[in-house]
Design a protein around this ligand. Structure first.
Ligand code: ZN
Length: 202
């Protein structure tokens, strides 16, 4: 896929995840790694824009160090968007995992509730090879910091999905759909675990 097609896919998945309630308000961010003329680049959602309405023209292109390289021109012929404040979290995951081509970060309410409560979400079938019976909980660090980027990248060395303490969910995959589906699936898993715990309590 070229830069334009990748930006269109990111915008479409962003809008979809918002509709599903997984990235309320201005939360969440999505990126894809790609190669252009042999140079590795990352396309990422912009800072300060709700994924509800983000457009392909607003997707920002950065190099592997997070420097903005390019942005598809918007309607006013302007390039004015900054990359997501979590850009270093995405870049760290790509640096640690060569197989990963997409990273999706959500604040889906049920899974995030578990993350705030410090309760691990049980892994249901469909997550691929199961090494852990729960989704690992990554230590808290403030959003947008290198500490958070380090914690997440470390947590994802052998995992495609992690829960961030007091924050939300990060998933990765070899393509955008795979990573996005994982975020949907973890929300469903958390929902089922929550309902199960209510029923079992009576
Ligand atoms: Zn977040």
């Amino acid at each position: 896929m070229n830069k334009k097609e990748i930006s269109e896919s990111i915008a479409a998945v962003s809008n979809y995840l918002y509709e599903k309630g997984l990235v309320p308000g201005k939360s969440g961010n999505i990126s894809c790694k790609f190669s252009e003329n042999g140079v590795k680049k990352v396309a990422i959602t912009p800072s300060g824009v709700s994924l509800k309405s983000v457009t392909p023209e607003e997707i920002v292109i950065v190099d592997m160090d997070g420097n903005k390289i390019d942005e598809v021109m918007n309607q006013n012929n302007k390039r004015d968007k900054k990359p997501s404040s979590e850009v270093f979290m995405h870049l760290k995951v790509y640096k640690n995992r060569n197989d990963v081509k997409s990273v999706v970060h959500t604040h889906s309410p049920i899974a995030t509730g578990f993350a705030f409560a410090g309760v691990e979400i049980k892994r249901l079938e469909g997550f691929g090879p199961i090494e852990n019976t729960v989704i690992p909980l990554v230590d808290y660090a403030a959003p947008g910091t290198m500490d958070l980027a380090e914690n997440v990248a470390k947590g994802m060395e052998k995992e495609d999905i992690v829960s961030l303490k007091n924050h939300g969910i990060v998933a990765c995959g070899e393509n955008l759909d795979e990573a996005a589906l994982l975020t949907e699936f973890v929300e469903e898993s958390a929902k089922i675990q929550f309902v199960t715990s209510l029923i079992s309590a009576n």
